[in-house]
Design a protein around this ligand. Structure first.
Ligand SMILES: *[C@@H]1O[C@H](CO)[C@@H](O)[C@H](O)[C@H]1NC(C)=O
Ligand SMILES: *[C@@H]1O[C@H](CO)[C@@H](O)[C@H](O)[C@H]1NC(C)=O
Ligand SMILES: *[C@@H]1O[C@H](CO)[C@@H](O)[C@H](O)[C@H]1NC(C)=O
Ligand SMILES: *[C@@H]1O[C@H](CO)[C@@H](O)[C@H](O)[C@H]1NC(C)=O
Ligand SMILES: *[C@@H]1O[C@H](CO)[C@@H](O)[C@H](O)[C@H]1NC(C)=O
Ligand SMILES: *[C@@H]1O[C@H](CO)[C@@H](O)[C@H](O)[C@H]1NC(C)=O
Ligand SMILES: *[C@@H]1O[C@H](CO)[C@@H](O)[C@H](O)[C@H]1NC(C)=O
Length: 915
């Protein structure tokens, strides 16, 4: 839209205005007091320092000085002579009562002077006369009154463009006796005590041809004298918000008839009614923007707007209209934007406002119609007829019975409008009939958020929306079901939000998203989705943002999932944002994130992740943001995290139970010490959970030297990488015959090297090889599967069998545990639910282990137990134990010998922690 003459400049000034105001009000009084000025380049910030005088120790060549929020009572030039080069001086929020003429004499180069919020009550002719270069002067919120005679304090300010004297005690707008301020552009006089605008008041501005902006808001104006704006006919932006104009609006418009008025703001001006002559005076002007918001207006007389043919924007927000008719908007044939937000209220006779048929038909040029927060009785087939230019239609948060069930008739009155955006947010829609939107062939954006839509989308609902690019469909009631063809009518869709909208299953083939080849953003969050298949996102090679937080996808990524983990992220080579927060995930399959080479932001906060598999983040070389807070991560090993952390700029990883041992944390602490990435919550938020010596301390306290001293590091690294390569070669074999190979391997090792790496003496101190802790329900398993091993080589301590009669149970346990070399937990749900076990036995054992013998614990899992349960009940995490002390009872019978072999190894491991 080409801006009318002068409007460009006008906008600049408005922007400057806003900037100045924001700069002053942006500061908060609660900012802590500083003890020294902050000097940056040529600026010195001495605000908030309780200063009584200007500091004399700043660099002499500063050009900006901020001494706001201090206790200055005077500003004699002598105090500033050191800084004669100052261009900008900010003295807001001090206690000046007057200005010393020597100030401007000394600072003759000053361009901006901000004296807002002081107590200046008198301005004499000479006070500012030295500041000849001043362009911006702000004296808002002082106590200026000008009672006795008209002084000319601003007469010397030839270059002044902006003058703000709002919120003083001025009784008149007359700020000078003779013409002055030749370059003034904006004058703010709001919040003073001016009650009359006299003909000669603006005589002092009669030679100020660039005065465009005049703010007269919140003045107790009672009278406009004839010709009061005559001297300043170039004003194009006039703001008179908060003035009582009820009886004077017609007169005001008459006075403005010969001005260049472009924008007129009359918010909150107690207007109750617009008659057919209210705006008569404006008919010769080029008024373009009129703001009549917040006026409690209830009626617009026929023909009220006939005088404003040049109007482009009309704001009528927050009024009390009850009835709009086809005469209301007559004359506004050039109007482009009409804002009726909260403008219509219920009428007495009806619970809704009434918009007659053809009400909008005069508005042939209207492009934007805002009808938000409105109660409308109904939408008929002619309600919006005639809006032949309408492109943007907002009706969010409005109620209207016609919107409850959408049909192909609902929007038929908009069929001739070239609509591009329709916003139906929160309009209580419950169903969408076939072809409901067929009147919008050119629509690119449709918003249906926060409705009550509950239905199965078959596809025909979106008929005719062939150009649609964005569909917002979030926050419906999780009662929308998808089918394979749901979105088949929307081939151009690039954004689809379905957060908190769907029922839980998306396991469809073909996928409903398959037709959306252009999809870039997909939001499926907050749906409790539990079932998806690997082809859900197949072919969406343009997808960049995928939000799946707050679903229930843990099972889908479990290795134990029937048919294997569901790798639904494959082929998404352009994905840059992935959100999987709060999904109960305790595993990420090895290949789940393979190929996501462009991923920049990844979020896994609020899951149960613990032991991440090596190389699961291998392809994430572009990652910049990683959020993995509130999980159960104990170790941050380079094998897992290095690729993902290489280019990181933001890491959010707090609230994980870090294990502060060389193996688990050494690399992470080293990384933290050198990284440039920002850390949400800072470095000290990462706290150790184990071992006891570091409990609750920051990982930054971890002693790195303790690792270097005892390990020949490099050699170990080379050795381990060799092993890794060997393992990779073996992986293929292992995949098919893994357990068998492992079995023979174990046997081989045991036979050749002896099964134990523990020294023989280590065993001699103990009477039992292991103290077995199990639930009563698992007694049978223990008898059948564990006891037979005893005859071989081991002696187990079993409660009930090995307890001496007569001793108390607790004593017996403590005593027996002390006499056992290992503690073997038979982990099942029953054990975790067995309060006796959890309460005393486990606690006791663990207590000892934590302090001295962590490596004595062996966990035998008879069931799949997630780590979260484990840590809640037994205060143990898999990540805290050596891998060979974690055993799973095999499902297949033929694997039992292998299990026994593993158990031998576990029982044989030394209790002395390795360096
Ligand atoms: C006003 O500004 C112009 C250029 O910016 C300068 O030439 C002129 O001297 C200034 N006027 C005064 C009185 O300083
Ligand atoms: C204003 O309305 C009155 C009647 O309501 C009518 O007599 C008069 O001609 C109208 N004036 C204009 C300028 O439309
Ligand atoms: C209104 O605009 C027209 C065309 O831009 C111009 O010729 C005319 O002088 C303007 N009138 C006023 C009062 O500014
Ligand atoms: C749609 O309307 C709602 C409610 O009025 C509003 O919050 C939202 O910002 C609008 N969105 C767009 C893109 O217009
Ligand atoms: C849709 O757009 C095309 C080209 O942009 C235009 O020719 C057509 O009239 C428009 N349809 C409607 C209903 O506005
Ligand atoms: C990324 O998107 C472009 C088109 O925008 C496509 O040509 C390319 O194949 C996509 N890349 C991958 C890896 O899918
Ligand atoms: C990430 O880091 C690697 C190695 O430092 C570098 O080769 C690559 O270009 C970086 N990628 C991005 C996207 O910065």
């Amino acid at each position: 839209m080409p801006l009318p003459h002068g409007a460009n400049r006008l906008l600049c000034w408005l922007a400057l205005f806003a900037h100045l105001t924001a700069a002053n009000h942006g500061r908060t009084a609660s900012e802590p007091k500083k003890t020294a000025c902050v000097v940056r380049g040529a600026s010195a910030d001495c605000s908030h320092m309780n200063l009584n005088v200007i500091p004399q120790d700043l660099p002499q060549d500063i050009t900006r000085l901020d001494v706001s929020h201090n206790r200055l009572t005077g500003l004699p030039g002598a105090n500033l002579s050191r800084y004669a080069g100052l261009l900008d001086l900010d003295v807001t929020f001090n206690s000046l009562t007057k200005l010393d003429p020597s100030l401007c004499q000394t600072l003759s180069r000053l361009r901006t002077l901000n004296l807002e919020r002081n107590e200046v009550h008198v301005l004499r002719d000479q006070d500012l006369s030295g500041c000849v270069q001043l362009t911006v002067l702000n004296m808002a919120s002082n106590r200026l009154a000008f009672k006795a005679k008209w002084p000319d304090p601003f007469a010397a300010l030839e270059n002044l463009t902006t003058l703000d004297v709002s919120n003083n005690m001025l009784l008149t707008a007359k700020l000078g006796s003779k013409p002055q301020l030749p370059r003034l552009v904006a004058l703010t006089l709001s919040h003073n005590a001016i009650s009359t605008l006299k003909k000669e008041d603006f005589y002092f501005l009669s030679r100020s041809p660039s005065l465009f902006v005049l703010n007269l808001s919140y003045l107790p104006l009672k009278k406009f004298e004839d010709g009061c704006f005559q001297q300043i006919a170039n004003i194009s932006f006039l703001k008179m918000d908060g003035c009582n104009l009820a009886s004077q609006i017609t007169k005001l418009c008459t006075e403005l008839s010969d001005t260049a008025i472009h924008t007129l703001s009359l918010q909150d001006a107690t207007l109750l009614k617009l008659t057919n002559i209210t705006f008569k005076g404006l008919h010769k002007t080029n008024l373009t923007i009129l703001d009549l918001s917040s006026n409690k207006m209830s009626a617009i007389e026929k023909g009220a707007f006939q005088w404003l043919p040049t109007l482009k924007t009309l704001h009528l927000e927050r009024n009390n209209f009850k009835h709009l008719t086809k005469d209301t908007f007559v004359g506004l044939e050039n109007l482009k934007e009409l804002n009726l937000r909260q403008a219509l209220v219920k009428s007495q006779t009806s619970s809704t406002s009434i918009i007659d048929d053809y009400t909008f038909s005069p508005l042939v040029a209207l492009e934007t119609l805002i009808l938000e927060h409105t109660a409308i009785r109904s939408i008929t087939e002619n309600t919006f007829t005639g809006l032949t230019s309408l492109q943007y239609f907002y009706i969010g948060w409005s109620s209207c019975t016609s919107l409850k069930s959408l049909t192909e008739k609902t929007f038929v009155s908009l069929a001739a409008s070239p609509l591009r955006l329709v916003n139906l947010t929160a309009t209580a829609i419950t169903s969408i009939g076939n072809g409901s939107f067929s009147a919008f062939p050119n629509l690119t954006t449709l918003l249906l958020d926060f409705n009550f839509i509950s239905q199965t989308l078959q596809g025909a609902e979106f008929e005719g929306l062939g150009q649609l690019e964005q569909l917002f469909f979030s926050n419906n009631r999780q009662k929308v079901e998808l089918r394979s063809l749901s979105f088949v009518q929307l081939p151009k869709l690039s954004l689809l939000t379905l957060g908190r909208t769907l029922t839980g299953s998306l396991d469809l083939v073909p996928s409903p998203f398959a037709p959306l080849k252009n999809l870039k953003v997909l939001d499926l969050s907050n749906n409790n989705i539990a079932n998806i298949n690997a082809r859900m996102l197949e072919g969406l090679e343009n997808l960049m943002v995928l939000k799946m937080q707050h679903n229930n996808l843990a099972r889908v990524w479990k290795s134990a999932n029937v048919g294997g983990p569901v790798l639904f992220l494959k082929d998404l080579g352009n994905l840059t944002v992935l959100n999987m927060e709060y999904n109960g995930l305790d595993e990420i399959p090895t290949d789940a994130l393979t190929g996501l080479k462009k991923l920049k932001e990844m979020r896994f906060t609020g899951n149960l992740l613990n032991n991440l598999k090596d190389s699961v983040f291998e392809d994430l070389l572009s990652l910049q943001t990683l959020s993995i807070q509130k999980n159960l991560i104990t170790s941050v090993r380079p094998q897992v995290f290095k690729p993902a952390m290489e280019n990181l700029t933001l890491l959010d990883m707090g609230r994980n139970p870090f294990d502060c041992t060389c193996e688990s944390i050494l690399w992470f602490v080293t990384w933290l010490n050198t990284t440039k990435a920002s850390l949400t919550g800072g470095k000290d938020q990462f706290t150790c959970n184990t071992p006891l010596a570091y409990f609750n301390r920051s990982v930054m306290d971890f002693d790195l030297l303790s690792c270097k001293d005892s390990t020949p590091f490099q050699a170990l690294y080379i050795l381990s990488s060799t092993i890794v390569i060997a393992l990779m070669l073996g992986a293929l074999l292992v995949r098919f015959q893994g357990w068998r190979i492992q079995f023979y391997w174990n046997v081989l090792i045991n036979r050749t090297l002896g099964f134990s790496d523990a020294k023989v003496e280590e065993g001699r101190e103990f009477e039992f090889d292991a103290y077995v802790i199990h639930a009563d329900e698992d007694q049978k398993w223990v008898e059948r599967s564990l006891l037979p091993l005893e005859t071989d080589r081991y002696v187990f301590c079993m409660e009930g069998r090995d307890f001496l009669p007569g001793t108390s149970r607790i004593e017996a346990i403590v005593d027996n545990m002390r006499r056992s070399r290992k503690y073997l937990f038979v982990v099942t749900e029953s054990l975790l639910n067995d309060h006796w076990c959890r309460g005393f036995k486990a606690h006791h054992a663990l207590h000892r282990v934590m302090e001295e013998r962590r490596d004595a614990v062996i966990l035998v899992f008879l069931q799949d137990i997630n780590d979260y349960r484990l840590s809640r009940s037994l205060f143990l995490r898999r990540g805290m134990l050596q891998l060979r002390c974690l055993l799973n009872w095999p499902v297949h019978k033929e694997r039992i010998p292998a299990f026994h072999e593993k158990l031998h190894i576990a029982l044989g491991t030394t209790n002395t922690p390795k360096p």
